[in-house]
Design a protein around this ligand. Structure first.
Ligand code: G4F
Length: 325
Protein backbone atom coordinates (compact mmCIF):
# COMPACT_ATOMS: atom_id res chain seq x y z
CA UNK A 1 0.00 0.00 0.00
CA UNK A 2 1.43 3.37 -1.03
CA UNK A 3 1.44 6.19 1.50
CA UNK A 4 0.72 9.75 0.41
CA UNK A 5 0.98 13.07 2.21
CA UNK A 6 -1.15 15.98 0.98
CA UNK A 7 -0.48 19.49 2.25
CA UNK A 8 -3.66 21.55 2.00
CA UNK A 9 -5.77 18.39 2.11
CA UNK A 10 -8.86 20.35 3.15
CA UNK A 11 -8.76 22.65 0.13
CA UNK A 12 -10.60 22.10 -3.15
CA UNK A 13 -7.79 20.16 -4.84
CA UNK A 14 -6.57 18.41 -1.70
CA UNK A 15 -10.00 16.98 -0.95
CA UNK A 16 -10.55 15.62 -4.48
CA UNK A 17 -7.03 14.24 -4.55
CA UNK A 18 -7.50 12.52 -1.17
CA UNK A 19 -10.66 10.83 -2.50
CA UNK A 20 -8.86 9.75 -5.69
CA UNK A 21 -5.92 8.28 -3.74
CA UNK A 22 -8.18 6.51 -1.24
CA UNK A 23 -10.09 4.96 -4.15
CA UNK A 24 -6.74 3.74 -5.52
CA UNK A 25 -5.94 2.06 -2.19
CA UNK A 26 -3.43 4.60 -0.79
CA UNK A 27 -2.91 5.30 2.87
CA UNK A 28 -3.66 9.03 2.88
CA UNK A 29 -2.20 11.56 5.33
CA UNK A 30 -3.06 15.24 5.30
CA UNK A 31 -1.41 18.29 6.82
CA UNK A 32 -3.81 20.87 8.26
CA UNK A 33 -3.51 23.88 10.51
CA UNK A 34 -4.45 23.48 14.16
CA UNK A 35 -7.32 25.96 13.83
CA UNK A 36 -8.87 23.74 11.14
CA UNK A 37 -9.04 20.87 13.61
CA UNK A 38 -10.67 23.20 16.11
CA UNK A 39 -13.39 24.24 13.64
CA UNK A 40 -13.98 21.12 11.54
CA UNK A 41 -17.56 22.04 10.57
CA UNK A 42 -16.24 24.94 8.50
CA UNK A 43 -12.59 24.29 7.87
CA UNK A 44 -12.74 20.57 7.09
CA UNK A 45 -16.02 20.61 5.18
CA UNK A 46 -14.40 19.51 1.89
CA UNK A 47 -13.08 16.31 3.45
CA UNK A 48 -16.14 15.63 5.62
CA UNK A 49 -16.99 12.52 3.59
CA UNK A 50 -13.48 11.06 3.68
CA UNK A 51 -12.28 12.36 7.02
CA UNK A 52 -12.34 9.03 8.85
CA UNK A 53 -10.08 7.54 6.19
CA UNK A 54 -7.52 10.37 6.21
CA UNK A 55 -4.88 10.62 8.92
CA UNK A 56 -4.56 14.29 9.78
CA UNK A 57 -1.39 15.94 11.10
CA UNK A 58 -1.03 19.45 12.47
CA UNK A 59 1.35 21.60 10.49
CA UNK A 60 1.42 25.04 9.05
CA UNK A 61 3.28 26.79 6.26
CA UNK A 62 4.59 29.44 8.63
CA UNK A 63 6.00 26.90 11.08
CA UNK A 64 8.86 25.07 9.38
CA UNK A 65 9.51 22.86 12.36
CA UNK A 66 5.96 21.56 12.08
CA UNK A 67 6.50 20.73 8.39
CA UNK A 68 9.69 18.85 9.27
CA UNK A 69 7.87 16.91 11.99
CA UNK A 70 5.02 15.91 9.68
CA UNK A 71 7.45 14.67 7.02
CA UNK A 72 9.38 12.71 9.68
CA UNK A 73 6.19 11.19 11.10
CA UNK A 74 4.58 10.18 7.79
CA UNK A 75 7.61 9.30 5.61
CA UNK A 76 5.40 9.06 2.53
CA UNK A 77 6.07 7.49 -0.86
CA UNK A 78 4.40 10.47 -2.55
CA UNK A 79 3.82 14.03 -1.37
CA UNK A 80 1.44 16.47 -3.04
CA UNK A 81 2.33 19.99 -1.95
CA UNK A 82 -0.89 21.91 -2.53
CA UNK A 83 -1.02 24.25 0.47
CA UNK A 84 -0.29 27.85 -0.49
CA UNK A 85 -1.69 31.34 -0.58
CA UNK A 86 -3.79 30.85 -3.69
CA UNK A 87 -5.69 34.10 -4.09
CA UNK A 88 -4.03 36.32 -6.70
CA UNK A 89 -3.82 39.50 -4.70
CA UNK A 90 -2.12 42.62 -5.92
CA UNK A 91 -2.19 44.29 -2.53
CA UNK A 92 1.05 45.26 -0.83
CA UNK A 93 -0.03 44.11 2.63
CA UNK A 94 -0.26 40.52 1.44
CA UNK A 95 3.11 40.32 -0.27
CA UNK A 96 5.30 39.02 2.54
CA UNK A 97 2.86 36.28 3.57
CA UNK A 98 2.41 35.21 -0.08
CA UNK A 99 6.19 34.90 -0.49
CA UNK A 100 6.54 33.11 2.85
CA UNK A 101 3.70 30.65 2.22
CA UNK A 102 4.45 29.92 -1.42
CA UNK A 103 8.22 30.05 -1.58
CA UNK A 104 9.82 29.76 1.86
CA UNK A 105 7.47 27.02 3.03
CA UNK A 106 8.09 25.05 -0.18
CA UNK A 107 11.78 25.29 0.61
CA UNK A 108 11.13 23.98 4.13
CA UNK A 109 9.20 21.03 2.72
CA UNK A 110 11.72 20.13 0.01
CA UNK A 111 14.67 20.41 2.35
CA UNK A 112 12.89 18.19 4.90
CA UNK A 113 12.36 15.57 2.21
CA UNK A 114 15.99 15.82 1.08
CA UNK A 115 17.14 15.17 4.63
CA UNK A 116 14.54 12.62 5.76
CA UNK A 117 12.93 10.86 2.77
CA UNK A 118 14.93 11.66 -0.38
CA UNK A 119 13.19 8.92 -2.37
CA UNK A 120 9.73 10.40 -1.86
CA UNK A 121 8.10 11.59 -5.10
CA UNK A 122 7.00 15.19 -4.70
CA UNK A 123 4.37 17.12 -6.67
CA UNK A 124 4.56 20.92 -6.63
CA UNK A 125 1.51 23.00 -7.57
CA UNK A 126 2.68 25.64 -10.01
CA UNK A 127 0.32 28.08 -11.71
CA UNK A 128 -0.47 29.69 -15.06
CA UNK A 129 0.14 32.98 -13.24
CA UNK A 130 3.85 32.17 -13.66
CA UNK A 131 3.41 33.01 -17.36
CA UNK A 132 1.84 36.38 -16.49
CA UNK A 133 2.30 38.74 -19.43
CA UNK A 134 3.02 35.77 -21.64
CA UNK A 135 4.86 36.36 -24.87
CA UNK A 136 3.05 33.54 -26.70
CA UNK A 137 -0.38 31.93 -26.72
CA UNK A 138 -1.27 29.21 -25.98
CA UNK A 139 1.47 28.60 -23.43
CA UNK A 140 3.28 25.28 -23.05
CA UNK A 141 6.21 24.02 -20.97
CA UNK A 142 8.69 25.89 -23.21
CA UNK A 143 7.00 29.31 -23.01
CA UNK A 144 9.12 31.87 -21.12
CA UNK A 145 7.76 32.92 -17.74
CA UNK A 146 6.90 36.57 -17.14
CA UNK A 147 4.83 36.82 -13.94
CA UNK A 148 2.71 39.93 -13.32
CA UNK A 149 1.82 39.52 -9.63
CA UNK A 150 3.60 38.76 -6.38
CA UNK A 151 1.59 35.55 -6.36
CA UNK A 152 2.98 34.56 -9.79
CA UNK A 153 6.50 35.51 -8.73
CA UNK A 154 6.28 33.48 -5.52
CA UNK A 155 5.04 30.42 -7.44
CA UNK A 156 7.75 30.82 -10.07
CA UNK A 157 10.48 31.09 -7.43
CA UNK A 158 9.21 27.89 -5.80
CA UNK A 159 8.96 26.23 -9.22
CA UNK A 160 12.66 26.97 -9.83
CA UNK A 161 13.44 25.61 -6.40
CA UNK A 162 11.54 22.40 -7.21
CA UNK A 163 13.53 22.06 -10.45
CA UNK A 164 16.74 22.66 -8.53
CA UNK A 165 15.94 19.80 -6.14
CA UNK A 166 15.22 17.60 -9.15
CA UNK A 167 18.32 18.50 -11.12
CA UNK A 168 20.92 18.98 -8.40
CA UNK A 169 19.71 16.72 -5.62
CA UNK A 170 18.35 14.05 -7.99
CA UNK A 171 14.98 14.00 -6.26
CA UNK A 172 11.75 13.01 -8.04
CA UNK A 173 10.01 16.40 -8.08
CA UNK A 174 7.39 17.22 -10.73
CA UNK A 175 5.40 20.42 -11.09
CA UNK A 176 2.01 21.02 -12.62
CA UNK A 177 1.54 24.40 -14.29
CA UNK A 178 -2.15 24.52 -13.60
CA UNK A 179 -4.66 26.88 -15.15
CA UNK A 180 -7.85 27.85 -13.32
CA UNK A 181 -9.84 24.87 -12.12
CA UNK A 182 -13.20 25.04 -10.45
CA UNK A 183 -15.81 22.87 -8.73
CA UNK A 184 -18.50 23.08 -6.06
CA UNK A 185 -15.63 23.02 -3.51
CA UNK A 186 -13.96 26.17 -4.88
CA UNK A 187 -13.31 28.87 -2.26
CA UNK A 188 -15.86 31.70 -2.17
CA UNK A 189 -13.21 34.35 -2.90
CA UNK A 190 -12.78 33.08 -6.47
CA UNK A 191 -15.06 34.48 -9.15
CA UNK A 192 -16.79 31.25 -10.25
CA UNK A 193 -17.87 30.30 -6.73
CA UNK A 194 -18.79 33.87 -5.93
CA UNK A 195 -21.09 33.72 -8.94
CA UNK A 196 -22.53 30.23 -8.37
CA UNK A 197 -23.28 30.85 -4.69
CA UNK A 198 -24.90 34.22 -5.39
CA UNK A 199 -26.95 32.82 -8.29
CA UNK A 200 -28.28 30.16 -5.91
CA UNK A 201 -29.15 32.86 -3.33
CA UNK A 202 -30.87 34.98 -5.97
CA UNK A 203 -32.89 31.98 -7.16
CA UNK A 204 -34.08 31.35 -3.60
CA UNK A 205 -34.84 35.05 -3.00
CA UNK A 206 -31.98 35.48 -0.50
CA UNK A 207 -29.98 37.98 -2.58
CA UNK A 208 -30.97 40.52 -5.18
CA UNK A 209 -27.72 41.46 -6.91
CA UNK A 210 -24.15 40.38 -7.59
CA UNK A 211 -21.20 42.83 -7.55
CA UNK A 212 -18.21 41.98 -9.74
CA UNK A 213 -15.12 43.49 -11.31
CA UNK A 214 -14.02 42.98 -14.90
CA UNK A 215 -16.55 40.61 -16.45
CA UNK A 216 -14.75 40.71 -19.80
CA UNK A 217 -11.69 39.07 -18.19
CA UNK A 218 -10.98 35.68 -19.75
CA UNK A 219 -9.60 32.52 -18.22
CA UNK A 220 -8.87 28.94 -19.27
CA UNK A 221 -11.24 27.27 -16.81
CA UNK A 222 -11.20 23.52 -16.15
CA UNK A 223 -12.69 21.06 -13.67
CA UNK A 224 -10.77 20.48 -10.42
CA UNK A 225 -11.37 16.68 -10.19
CA UNK A 226 -9.81 16.37 -13.66
CA UNK A 227 -6.78 18.35 -12.58
CA UNK A 228 -6.03 16.16 -9.55
CA UNK A 229 -5.95 13.13 -11.88
CA UNK A 230 -3.11 14.85 -13.72
CA UNK A 231 -1.22 15.45 -10.46
CA UNK A 232 -1.37 11.77 -9.57
CA UNK A 233 -0.38 10.68 -13.09
CA UNK A 234 2.72 12.91 -12.96
CA UNK A 235 4.08 11.02 -9.96
CA UNK A 236 3.54 7.63 -11.63
CA UNK A 237 5.92 8.37 -14.52
CA UNK A 238 9.39 6.80 -14.76
CA UNK A 239 11.06 10.19 -14.51
CA UNK A 240 10.00 13.59 -13.17
CA UNK A 241 9.15 16.59 -15.32
CA UNK A 242 6.74 19.54 -15.48
CA UNK A 243 3.38 19.64 -17.24
CA UNK A 244 0.91 22.33 -18.29
CA UNK A 245 -2.62 21.28 -17.29
CA UNK A 246 -5.33 23.27 -19.04
CA UNK A 247 -8.34 22.91 -21.31
CA UNK A 248 -6.93 25.07 -24.12
CA UNK A 249 -10.19 27.04 -24.35
CA UNK A 250 -10.82 30.44 -22.79
CA UNK A 251 -14.11 31.97 -21.67
CA UNK A 252 -14.99 35.32 -20.14
CA UNK A 253 -16.48 35.94 -16.71
CA UNK A 254 -19.53 37.04 -18.69
CA UNK A 255 -19.71 33.58 -20.30
CA UNK A 256 -19.66 32.04 -16.83
CA UNK A 257 -22.42 34.42 -15.74
CA UNK A 258 -24.55 33.38 -18.73
CA UNK A 259 -24.04 29.68 -18.04
CA UNK A 260 -24.60 30.00 -14.27
CA UNK A 261 -27.75 32.12 -14.49
CA UNK A 262 -29.21 30.01 -17.29
CA UNK A 263 -28.87 26.93 -15.05
CA UNK A 264 -31.72 28.44 -12.99
CA UNK A 265 -33.53 30.07 -15.93
CA UNK A 266 -32.46 33.64 -15.15
CA UNK A 267 -30.61 36.30 -17.14
CA UNK A 268 -27.51 37.78 -15.55
CA UNK A 269 -28.05 41.32 -16.93
CA UNK A 270 -30.84 41.96 -14.41
CA UNK A 271 -28.66 41.22 -11.37
CA UNK A 272 -25.01 42.08 -12.04
CA UNK A 273 -23.45 45.36 -10.88
CA UNK A 274 -19.87 46.39 -11.63
CA UNK A 275 -17.84 47.62 -8.69
CA UNK A 276 -14.43 49.26 -9.03
CA UNK A 277 -13.15 47.53 -5.86
CA UNK A 278 -13.21 44.19 -7.70
CA UNK A 279 -11.28 45.34 -10.75
CA UNK A 280 -7.61 44.35 -10.94
CA UNK A 281 -4.67 46.00 -12.66
CA UNK A 282 -2.42 44.14 -15.13
CA UNK A 283 -4.99 41.87 -16.74
CA UNK A 284 -4.50 42.71 -20.38
CA UNK A 285 -3.00 39.37 -21.44
CA UNK A 286 -5.27 36.34 -21.70
CA UNK A 287 -3.69 33.09 -20.52
CA UNK A 288 -4.56 29.91 -22.40
CA UNK A 289 -2.76 26.60 -21.85
CA UNK A 290 -1.53 23.98 -24.29
CA UNK A 291 -1.69 20.64 -22.45
CA UNK A 292 -0.43 18.55 -25.38
CA UNK A 293 2.41 17.06 -23.30
CA UNK A 294 0.02 16.00 -20.52
CA UNK A 295 -2.33 14.49 -23.11
CA UNK A 296 0.51 12.59 -24.75
CA UNK A 297 2.51 11.44 -21.73
CA UNK A 298 -0.16 11.22 -19.02
CA UNK A 299 -3.14 10.29 -21.19
CA UNK A 300 -4.88 13.26 -19.59
CA UNK A 301 -8.00 14.92 -20.99
CA UNK A 302 -10.70 17.12 -19.47
CA UNK A 303 -14.00 15.36 -18.75
CA UNK A 304 -16.38 18.35 -18.40
CA UNK A 305 -17.32 21.31 -20.54
CA UNK A 306 -17.31 24.85 -19.21
CA UNK A 307 -21.13 24.94 -19.20
CA UNK A 308 -21.33 21.64 -17.31
CA UNK A 309 -18.96 22.97 -14.64
CA UNK A 310 -21.00 26.17 -14.18
CA UNK A 311 -24.24 24.21 -13.96
CA UNK A 312 -22.83 21.69 -11.48
CA UNK A 313 -21.58 24.51 -9.25
CA UNK A 314 -24.90 26.36 -9.23
CA UNK A 315 -26.93 23.21 -8.55
CA UNK A 316 -24.56 22.23 -5.72
CA UNK A 317 -24.88 25.69 -4.15
CA UNK A 318 -28.66 25.54 -4.43
CA UNK A 319 -28.64 22.19 -2.66
CA UNK A 320 -26.29 23.53 0.02
CA UNK A 321 -28.68 26.42 0.75
CA UNK A 322 -31.68 24.12 0.80
CA UNK A 323 -29.83 21.87 3.27
CA UNK A 324 -29.24 24.89 5.50
CA UNK A 325 -25.59 25.53 4.55
O1 G4F B 1 -11.37 33.51 -9.77
P1 G4F B 1 -10.22 34.43 -9.73
O2 G4F B 1 -9.99 35.16 -8.47
O3 G4F B 1 -8.97 33.54 -10.14
P2 G4F B 1 -7.49 33.91 -10.64
O4 G4F B 1 -7.07 35.24 -10.17
O5 G4F B 1 -7.42 33.67 -12.10
O6 G4F B 1 -6.60 32.84 -9.85
C1 G4F B 1 -6.88 31.46 -9.78
O7 G4F B 1 -6.32 30.80 -10.88
C2 G4F B 1 -4.88 30.86 -10.97
C3 G4F B 1 -4.44 30.09 -12.19
O8 G4F B 1 -4.70 28.73 -12.02
C4 G4F B 1 -4.27 30.30 -9.70
F1 G4F B 1 -2.93 30.41 -9.79
C5 G4F B 1 -4.79 31.01 -8.50
O9 G4F B 1 -4.30 30.40 -7.32
C6 G4F B 1 -6.32 30.94 -8.48
O10 G4F B 1 -6.70 29.59 -8.33
O11 G4F B 1 -10.35 35.52 -10.91
C7 G4F B 1 -10.66 35.14 -12.22
C8 G4F B 1 -10.99 36.37 -13.03
C9 G4F B 1 -9.98 37.50 -12.90
O12 G4F B 1 -9.71 38.00 -14.19
C10 G4F B 1 -10.69 38.57 -12.08
O13 G4F B 1 -10.29 39.90 -12.41
O14 G4F B 1 -12.23 36.93 -12.60
C11 G4F B 1 -12.11 38.33 -12.56
N1 G4F B 1 -13.11 38.88 -11.64
C12 G4F B 1 -14.10 39.75 -11.98
N2 G4F B 1 -14.83 40.07 -10.91
C13 G4F B 1 -13.20 38.62 -10.33
C14 G4F B 1 -14.29 39.38 -9.85
N3 G4F B 1 -12.47 37.82 -9.51
C15 G4F B 1 -12.85 37.73 -8.22
N4 G4F B 1 -12.16 36.90 -7.41
N5 G4F B 1 -13.90 38.47 -7.71
C16 G4F B 1 -14.66 39.31 -8.50
O15 G4F B 1 -15.60 39.95 -8.03
Amino acid sequence: MKRALITGVNGQDGSYLAELLLAKGYEVHGMVRRDALEDPAHRLVNIAGARKSIQLHVGSLDNHQSIHKVVAAVRPDECYHLASSSFVSYSFEDESSIVANNFTATHALLSSFKELVPDCRVYFAGSSEMFGHAKASPQNEATPFNPRSVYGISKLAAFHLARNYREHHRMFVSAGILYNHESPRRGHQFVTRKISSTVAKIKLGRASSLSLGNIDARRDWGYAPDFVRAMHAMLQKDSPTDYVVATGVTHSVKDFLRAAFSAVDLEYERFVRLESAYFRPSETVVLCGDAALARRELGWAPSRTFEEIAREMVLADLQLLKDGG
